[in-house]
Design a protein around this ligand. Structure first.
Ligand code: ATP
Ligand code: MG
Length: 442
C-alpha cells in the first residue's frame, strides 16, 4: 500500500512545480522521519535532480535565495515559510573527518540517500511516488533503532560530527543504537577533536534536551569525556552520603533527565557537580563536598568558554551552578533576598535546578520538592503584589539621595542599606519614612 502523508501546501506547490518542469522532487531526511512518527516536522527539505540554476528558473515566481550554491542548496520563501531545496549529491572523499573534499551533483536519488547519516534520516517521499526507503529506515523507526547507512566505521570516519548526531537522535527519539553502529561510534570518538566547538555545542544541547538523555550519557560516557574531560573523575565516584544513592556521574545524568526541558537548566545540571571529586572528604563515616559549587562553577566557566557558548548562556549557567547549594524555604525574607540577589528569571531557574537536583538523590530528599513549590508560589505572589525586593520598587531612588546631598558610591551603598532594611521588615517601604532614616544618619 502506498504511504500517504499530509504535506503543507507551501511545500507541495514547490514539488509540483519542479515535477511540472520535468524534474524529480521529494521531501527528504528529518521531515520524512517525523511524518512517519506522526510528529509535525519543524521544517521541510526538498531534494531534486534539478541543478540550482534550473531550480531558480522554474521557481522564479517564488523568492529564491542562493544560500549554499556550492552545495547545491537554495532557500525558497513561500507563504512566509522557508524550504531548503538541494540538488541530489554524492559527497566526494572525506580527508579531514569533517567535510567532503568535493560535492558532486548526482542525477540519482539513490546516491543522495546513501550519503545520509542514519537509515531513519535517509528516506524520501513525494505524493506521486510515495515513500522511498532503500535502507530499511521505516523498519528501524518501528523498532526504535538508530543504524548508520552503509559501513558505520567508514561513515563516522568521514564525518565525526555524526558521532554526536547519533547521540543526539538516540536521546531525542528515545532509540537504541544498532550494535555495530554503537561499536563504531565509540571506537571513533577521538575524531570529535577535529570538529569545531560551535557544532559540538549545538549537538550537545539537543542531546541534553532529549527524553533519553540519561541513558545516552551513561551508555556513551566515553564520548562525552572527549568533549568534556572534566567529567572523568566524576564517573564511578562514590559519595558515601546518606543523601545520595548514585555515584557523582550517575547523579549528574539523572539530574539532566529529571530537569525541565530547557537548554540552560539541562546544561547547568550537566556541570553542577563536576567539582565534587576535588572537594571530597570523609568525616565520621560520611562523605562531604564543602565548596564544590564554587569549584564546579569555575570548571563550568572554562568548559563553556572552550565550547564557545555565548556569554549570556555562560554567565547564567555559571551563576546557577554557583548558587545551587541553597536551601529552599518558603520564608518570605529569604525569598526576597534571593530575588534581589539573582533577579527574577535566574531565581525561578534556580528553583528548577534545585528540583532536578533533589529528584536525583535518595528518595527521602524528594520531600523538599513540596517546599520548592511553596517557595515558587510565594515568589510569584511577591512579584504580583509588587512588593519590594529590588531597587526598582524601593520607594526612594538615586535622585532623592542626590537631593539630600549624597554623592558617588555613597548613593548605591545607602540605597542597598535601605533595600536590605525593607526586605528584612525593619523599615516600611514609604518614601518619607526612608528619607527620615537617612536624615537621622546624617
Ligand atoms: P532536525 O529535526 O533536528 O532538523 P534533521 O534530521 O532534519 O533533524 P538536519 O541537520 O536538518 O537534521 O539535516 C537534514 C538531513 O540531512 C538529515 O536528516 C540527514 O539526512 C542529512 N544530514 C545532515 N547532517 C548530516 C551529516 N553530518 N552526515 C550525513 N547526513 C547528514
Ligand atoms: Mg532538519
Amino acid at each position: 500500500m502506498k504511504t500517504e502523508f499530509f504535506i503543507p501546501h507551501y511545500v507541495e506547490v514547490l514539488i509540483n512545480t519542479l515535477e511540472k518542469n520535468g524534474f524529480e522532487a521529494f521531501i527528504v531526511g528529518g521531515c520524512v522521519r517525523d511524518l512517519l512518527l506522526s510528529k509535525i516536522p519543524s521544517d521541510y527539505d526538498i531534494t531534486t535532480n534539478a541543478l540550482p540554476e534550473q531550480m531558480m528558473q522554474c521557481l522564479n515566481e517564488f523568492k529564491c535565495i542562493p544560500t549554499g550554491l556550492k552545495h547545491g542548496t537554495i532557500t525558497v520563501l513561500n507563504d512566509g515559510k522557508s524550504v531548503e531545496i538541494t540538488t541530489y549529491r554524492s559527497d566526494g572523499e572525506y580527508l579531514d573527518h569533517r567535510r567532503p573534499q568535493s560535492v558532486d551533483f548526482s542525477a540519482n536519488l539513490n546516491e543522495d540517500l546513501a550519503r545520509r547519516d542514519f537509515t531513519v534520516n535517509a528516506m524520501a517521499y513525494s505524493p506521486k511516488t510515495g515513500l522511498i526507503d532503500l535502507f530499511g529506515g521505516k523498519n528501524d523507526l518501528e523498532q526504535k533503532i538508530l543504524r548508520c547507512v552503509g559501513n558505520p566505521q567508514k561513515r563516522f570516519d568521514e564525518d565525526a560530527l555524526r558521532i554526536l548526531r547519533g547521540l543526539r537522535f538516540a536521546s531525542t527519539l528515545g532509540f537504541d543504537f544498532e550494535k555495530e553502529t554503537l561499536e563504531a561510534l565509540l571506537a571513533s570518538k577521538e575524531l570529535l577533536r577535529e570538529i569545531s566547538a560551535e557544532r559540538i555545542s549545538a549537538e550537545l544541547l539537543k542531546l541534553l534536551c532529549g527524553k533519553n538523555a540519561k541513558k545516552v550519557l551513561m551508555e556513551c560516557t566515553e564520548v562525552i569525556e572527549v568533549i568534556i574531560p572534566e567529567i572523568k573523575p566524576c564517573v564511578g565516584f562514590l559519595q558515601h552520603s546518606r543523601y545520595h544513592k548514585y555515584d557523582v556521574w550517575e547523579h549528574i545524568c539523572t539530574c539532566v533527565s529529571e530537569a525541565k526541558n530547557d537548554p540552560i537548566i539541562r546544561l547547568a545540571m550537566l556541570l553542577h557537580d563536576i567539582g565534587k571529586p576535588d572537594c571530597f572528604f570523609m568525616k565520621d563515616g560520611e562523605g562531604h563536598f564543602y565548596g564544590h559549587e564554587k569549584k564546579s562553577a569555575e570548571k563550568a566557566q572554562r568548559i563553556l568558554k572552550r565550547l564557545k557558548f555565548d556569554n549570556g548562556t555562560l554567565e547564567r549557567v555559571v551563576l546557577l551552578i554557583k548558587s545551587h547549594c541553597f536551601n529552599p524555604s518558603d520564608d518570605e525574607k529569604q525569598i526576597k533576598r534571593m530575588l534581589s540577589k539573582l533577579g527574577e528569571e535566574a531565581f525561578f531557574q534556580l528553583l528548577d535546578v534545585s528540583r532536578a537536583d533533589n529528584s536525583a538523590k535518595n528518595d527521602f530528599c524528594k520531600e523538599i520538592l513540596e517546599t520548592i513549590s511553596l517557595c515558587e508560589a510565594k515568589a510569584k505572589e511577591i512579584i504580583e503584589k509588587n512588593e519590594c525586593f529590588s531597587l526598582k520598587n524601593l520607594a526612594v531612588n538615586g535622585s532623592d539621595l542626590v537631593q539630600m546631598g549624597f554623592k558617588g558610591k555613597e548613593i548605591g551603598q545607602k540605597l542597598d542599606f535601605l533595600l536590605q532594611g525593607v526586605i528584612d521588615g525593619r523599615f516600611e517601604n514609604k518614601k518619607d519614612i526612608l528619607l527620615t532614616i537617612l536624615q537621622d544618619m546624617i
